[in-house]
Write a protein that binds this ligand. Structure first.
Ligand code: BES
Ligand code: ZN
Length: 612
């Protein structure tokens, strides 16, 4: 009895301190320096009626220091029981701390090999989105998907939720018999009549790459190593759109080394998926809004595929090092695009992104610490660090390095880097040292001020410029339109999505209603289904209060939950009282259909929490 009391006090003490995070990761309560997870066996039942996952997570651990306590991350999980090597053991949950949740401390001995945690998820588990049939393309079956990055894995699995901890996993998922379950692991491509699916992930992965989806799904194979999953109503369009996947895998492997994950498949999710894509290993999750019908938005697949090297193979050690994942991936994405579609096409995409980066820095302010590549997100939600900076400033830095040393040396360096750090995590400082030791000569070190790029805000003066003749065509056409020249329809022949986007971005902020009416009627912008063009058009309409587009706007905001699209639209609406009123009305209906990630962003923009 006395021992029990003593143990409880000890555990209470260990976990109750305010946000006592891991010394190596400010966003995790775990203690991987002492004891670390090596393997996870997950056994979960998917209950659509109660919107609940229940079962257990069995963790195989390595106790390095003989510690008596395994600290896990958990948020909003109902923990039922914990066992250490088959015997019930004590556990304690600390008071929750906002986005970080609670430290789940489990008593172990220095000899404990396996810790089993029985639990179920609670309503509002932020990683999970439970969709009603009406939110799917088919309209008949419900759908579930997870989104674990950055720190949401802990809302559906009790783990050491830190990108610096990797483990292999296997899982048994029981779902309703008519639905297919998929994970970021080895997947069957056929429906199992009993609803029981077994998964295996033999390569060690960080927790943010844990993913599960359950729905009425079909598979289309491109070849023996890759294919696409989608709802039956979407599968043909999806199969057409992503047909360049095999070529992308070939190009990527030629550039930076073998693809190490076995298969590469893409799962097309319903439109409420909050991101464009998510690089879940072996199974990228993708928004249906990239299915434009003309394969014009598939650089997203190149991006998620590139993460199979930058991110999934070589992983940012903490979310402060996020640029190591996204900057490298955005650079790699461009190289894949260039290889497959040629330099003019890749330059067009690059130029558009660079322009966006400049706008972002202008908006954030060029002394804003969040415009540094190496971030300080301690005590903050890592979601705050998800901006263009990691992606585009990161990419431009790598482009500058490429230009400084030449592509030949750069590509060898990068390939070696991926091999050197394969299945490991990297800090920004480690990368910097590797760069100085293995790439840059003393002369080159004087030329590129690495520290300025990584540790200082704003965009350095030596940022490479990108020229795109293709985009110049769009700029000329926009200028002609503004100066009142007669519009010649020949001008738009052969234009891609990106030409149209650049065309609209090159127009002045203020347009007259008759100009908008002209664009609407002659270029048919208000009827375009392509989500990128539609979103850009709608922004133009909000800025100029072009009312005939507001029905379209309302439909778009209710049908699509991709944050990149809905956020700027709500933001612009919120800039005027009438717009805000309209936004609140639409949001009231749309909000229940959004994923928690999108909801959180829009709640902030509209001050939803204060008023509801
Ligand atoms: N890994 C990211 C998505 C992400 C980042 C989720 C941070 C949660 C936190 C993914 O690879 C990504 O970058 N997606 C982009 C698309 C890409 C083409 C720029 C997106 O969703 O917009
Ligand atoms: Zn990415």
């Amino acid at each position: 009895m006395r021992i029990t009391v003593f143990l409880s006090v000890l555990l209470l003490f260990a976990c109750n301190m305010h946000m006592q995070t891991s010394p190596s990761d400010p966003h995790s309560f775990s203690n991987p320096q002492e004891v670390v997870i090596r393997h996870l066996s997950l056994n979960l039942n998917v209950d659509f009626n109660e919107k609940k996952l229940s079962g257990y997570a069995e963790l195989t651990i390595e106790n390095k220091t003989g510690t008596k306590e395994l600290k896990l991350d958990s948020r909003n999980l109902q923990i039922e029981k914990a066992e250490a090597d088959g015997k019930e053991t004590r556990f304690h949950l600390s008071e929750p701390v906002s986005a970080f949740g609670s430290c789940l401390s489990v008593s172990i001995t220095p000899q404990t090999k396996k810790v089993k945690v029985y639990y179920h998820t609670l309503p509002g588990a932020e990683a999970l989105q439970w969709l009603n049939p009406e939110q799917t393309a088919g309209g008949i079956h419900p759908f579930l998907f997870t989104q674990s990055q950055a720190i949401l894995a802990r809302t559906w699995i009790p783990v050491q939720d830190s990108p610096g901890v990797r483990f292999t996993y296997d899982a048994n998922i029981t779902s309703p018999p008519s639905l297919m379950a998929l994970m970021s692991a080895e997947n069957d491509t056929t429906l199992h009549a009993d609803g029981v699916y077994h998964f295996n992930m033999p390569q060690p992965v960080p927790s943010y790459l844990m993913a599960l989806a359950v729905g009425d799904l079909r598979f289309h194979a491109y070849d023996h190593r890759c294919g696409v999953f989608a709802e039956p109503a979407m599968i043909d369009n999806a199969a057409y759109e992503f047909a360049d996947m095999p070529a992308m895998i070939d190009s990527a492997s030629l550039l930076y080394g073998d693809y190490r994950w076995g298969r590469y498949d893409v799962l097309v999710l319903p439109p409420s998926f909050p991101f464009g894509g998510m690089e879940n290993p072996r199974l990228t999750f993708a928004t249906p809004t990239v299915i434009a019908g003309d394969r014009s938005l598939t650089s997203l697949i190149a991006h998620e595929l590139a993460h199979s090297w930058s991110g999934n193979l070589v992983t940012n050690a903490t979310w402060n090092d996020f640029w190591l994942n996204e900057g490298f991936t955005t650079y790699f994405e461009m190289r894949i695009m260039e290889k497959i579609y040629g330099k003019p096409y890749a330059d067009m995409l690059s130029k558009i992104s660079l322009e966006e980066l400049k706008h972002t820095i202008e908006d954030m302010g060029d002394t804003n610490p969040d415009t540094r590549l190496f971030l300080d997100l301690k005590g903050r939600n890592p979601d705050d660090g998800v901006t263009d900076i990691a992606y585009e400033k990161g990419r431009m830095f790598l482009t500058l390095l490429e230009q400084t040393v030449g592509r030949m040396r750069w590509d060898v360096f990068l390939k070696n880097y991926f091999n050197e750090y394969a299945f490991k995590s990297v800090t920004t400082a480690q990368f910097e040292k590797y760069l100085n030791d293995h790439l840059l000569t003393d002369d080159e070190k004087k030329k590129v001020i690495v520290a300025q790029w990584i540790y200082r805000p704003g965009l350095p003066d030596d940022c490479p410029e990108i020229v795109s003749d293709e985009l110049l065509k769009a700029e000329t056409a926009a200028n002609d339109f503004v100066s009142g020249k007669e519009v010649n329809h020949e001008t738009f022949k052969g234009w891609t999505t990106h030409h149209f986007l650049h065309y609209m971005r090159s127009l002045p902020e203020k347009l007259s209603l008759s100009q908008l009416y002209f664009l609407d009627k002659n270029l048919g912008f208000n009827a375009v289904q392509n989500a990128e063009i539609r979103c850009q058009w709608l922004q133009l309409c909000i800025k100029n209060d072009y009312r005939p587009a507001y029905g379209n706007l309302e439909n778009f905001l209710t049908a699509v939950g991709r944050r990149k699209f809905v956020r700027p639209l709500y933001k612009q609406l919120a800039a005027t009282p009438a717009g805000k009123e309209f936004a609140l009305k639409v949001y009231e209906t749309a909000r229940p259909g959004y994923h928690s990630v999108t909801r959180k962003s829009i709640d902030e923009i509209l001050g939803w929490e204060q008023t509801h």
